[in-house]
Design a protein around this ligand. Structure first.
Ligand SMILES: Cc1ncc(COP(=O)(O)O)c(C=O)c1O
Length: 405
C-alpha cells in the first residue's frame, strides 16, 4: 500500500494545537488561525509541538469511524484483544515479553509522570533529569513541590552524551529518589544504546534511585539504529523501573489520550494504582482504545513508510543547510521526528532569535531555552510535515538570514 504524506490535510477548524493556537513563553494561549486560507502565503508555518501533519494509518481512521457509527459512547474497558495487540507489538518489535497485569493505562505519559512523582517521592525530594529535555519533566517535578537535579547532557564532538561521572555524584545524594530517562531523547534525537543504558541503570540501582524510562518515541528510529528498552537489559533493571509507552507519537493519535505504563514490579504497581484511584482518573477513552488496538495490529506498514519520509526530510534539511545556511548546524538524528538545530553561530539572544524566526520568517518553532538553559541557542524543529512545507520553511529562514546565493 502506498501512503500520501505530501498532500496537505486541511487543519482549519479542528482545534489543532499545532495549527490553530499560539503559546507564549509563560504558557498563555491565544487562538491563531495559521491554517486559514485567508493568510495565503503569509501564513505562519508551525513546526513546533510533537504532532505529525499526516493522517494517521487508514486502519486507525476506519476503526474509529466504524466505532463512531455505533453512536453509543458510554464507559468502556479494554478487552483481551486490546491487551493482545499491545503485548504483541512490543514482543514482535523489541523482544519484550510484557504480561497483561503489568500494564497500567493512563490518559497520557505526562499525566503518568505527574502521578508517579506523587506516588514514589515526597515533597522536597530530588528528581534527576537530563537537560536539555522535554520540558514537562521539569513541570511534573516542580509543580508537585519536588526539586529538579539536572545531570545535563554534554555535546562532545557533535554528539550528545550522558555525563556518567556527574550522574554518579548526583545519584549518590540520598535525597535523589527518582530519575526520568528520555529514551529516545527529545529534543536532541539520541537513541541511547545498550551500553549507555546499562551504565545509567547501574548507577541508579547502586544508589537506590527509581528509573522512569519515557519510551514514547521508541518506534521512531532511523535506519541503522537499534532501540533498546531499558527494562530489557536485565531483570534487576526491569524491577527497578517503569517504562512509559504510548501509540500517540508513533501513529499521530496524541489527542486520543491513552498510554500504557509497564510496571512488572508489583510493589511499584500497586501504589500507582492507588494514586490513580485517589485522583479519580480511572477509565479510558473509547476512541483511544479502538485506535490503539487498530494501530498496533495494522499500522506497521504505515509506520515504515512514514519513517522513510521523515528520514528523507532530515536528509533534505541537512543538505539544504549545508548548501545555503552553513552557519546553522543540524545535529545528527537517530530517532524521533524532532530535530535539534544549533543556531549559536548567529550570536543572537533568545529574544532576537524569536523575532527573526517567529515575526520575520513567520515560522513557529520550539526555542531551545524551553528545554532548560542547556538548550540556549538551539531550536527544535518538527520534521513530520510535507516536504514542500519544510522546503518553504527553509527558504524563509534563508531569506531572513540574508545569506542566499
Ligand atoms: C518525551 C515525551 N514524553 C511524553 C510526551 C507526551 O505524552 P502524552 O501526550 O502521552 O502526555 C511527549 C510529547 O511530545 C514527549 O516528547
Amino acid at each position: 500500500m502506498s501512503f500520501d504524506f505530501d498532500t496537505e490535510v486541511n487543519k482549519f477548524g479542528i482545534n489543532s494545537i499545532k495549527w490553530e493556537f499560539i503559546f507564549d513563553a509563560a504558557h498563555n494561549v491565544t487562538q491563531g488561525d495559521h491554517a486559514h486560507p485567508k493568510h495565503g502565503t503569509e501564513r505562519l508555518l508551525p513546526l513546533w509541538v510533537a504532532d505529525m501533519d499526516f493522517r494517521c494509518p487508514p486502519a486507525v481512521v476506519e476503526a474509529v469511524v466504524e466505532r463512531a457509527k455505533r453512536g453509543v459512547f458510554g464507559y468502556c474497558m479494554p478487552t483481551d484483544s486490546y491487551y493482545e495487540a499491545v503485548i504483541n507489538w512490543f514482543a514482535k518489535r523489541y523482544g519484550r515479553s510484557i504480561q497483561k497485569e503489568w500494564l497500567v493505562m493512563t490518559p497520557g505519559v505526562v499525566p503518568a509522570l505527574n502521578l508517579m512523582v506523587q506516588t514514589y517521592t515526597q515533597p522536597g525530594d530530588k528528581i534527576l533529569i537530563q537537560r536539555p529535555v522535554y520540558h514537562p519533566f521539569t513541570f511534573a517535578i516542580e509543580n508537585n513541590g519536588r526539586e529538579v537535579v539536572s545531570n545535563s547532557l554534554v555535546l562532545q564532538d557533535g554528539r550528545y552524551q550522558m555525563d556518567f561521572d556527574d550522574l554518579a555524584t548526583k545519584a549518590a545524594d540520598p535525597d535523589v529518589k527518582m530519575a526520568v530517562l528520555c529514551s529516545p531523547h527529545n529534543p536532541v534525537g539520541r537513541v541511547w544504546n545498550r551500553d549507555e543504558l546499562t551504565r545509567f541503570g547501574q548507577i541508579c540501582l547502586d544508589n537506590d534511585v527509581l528509573v522512569i524510562s519515557d519510551e514514547i518515541h521508541c518506534d521512531l528510529i532511523y535506519k541503522g539504529v537499534e532501540f533498546t528498552s531499558f527494562a530489557n537489559i536485565s531483570d534487576r533493571f526491569a524491577q527497578n523501573s517503569i517504562v512509559c509507552t504510548a501509540p500517540s507519537k508513533t501513529f499521530n493519535v496524541a489527542g486520543l489520550k491513552l498510554s500504557n505504563i509497564v510496571i512488572p514490579n508489583e510493589a511499584l504497581r500497586t501504589p500507582l494504582a492507588k494514586t490513580i484511584e485517589r485522583t479519580g482518573l480511572l477509565g479510558t477513552n473509547t476512541f483511544g482504545v479502538v485506535a490503539t488496538e487498530a494501530a498496533y495490529n495494522f499500522g506497521e506498514e504505515w509506520l515504515t513508510a512514514v519513517l522513510d519520509y521523515i528520514e528523507d526530510n532530515y536528509n533534505f534539511m541537512r543538505d539544504y543547510l549545508a548548501q545555503h545556511l552553513p552557519q546553522l548546524h543540524l545535529l545528527p538524528a537517530e530517532g524521533t521526528y524532532l530535530v535539534w538545530l544549533d543556531c549559536r553561530a548567529l550570536e543572537l539572544t533568545a529574544e532576537e532569535r524569536k523575532k527573526l524566526i517567529f515575526e520575520d520568517a513567520r515560522l513557529y518553532l520550539d526555542e531551545g531555552e524551553m528545554f532548560g538553559p542547556e538548550g540556549a541557542g538551539f531550536e527544535r524543529i518538527n520534521l513530520a510535515c510535507p516536504r514542500w512545507l519544510l522546503a518553504e520553511a527553509l527558504e524563509r529562514l534563508k531569506l531572513v538570514l540574508n545569506c542566499g546565493e
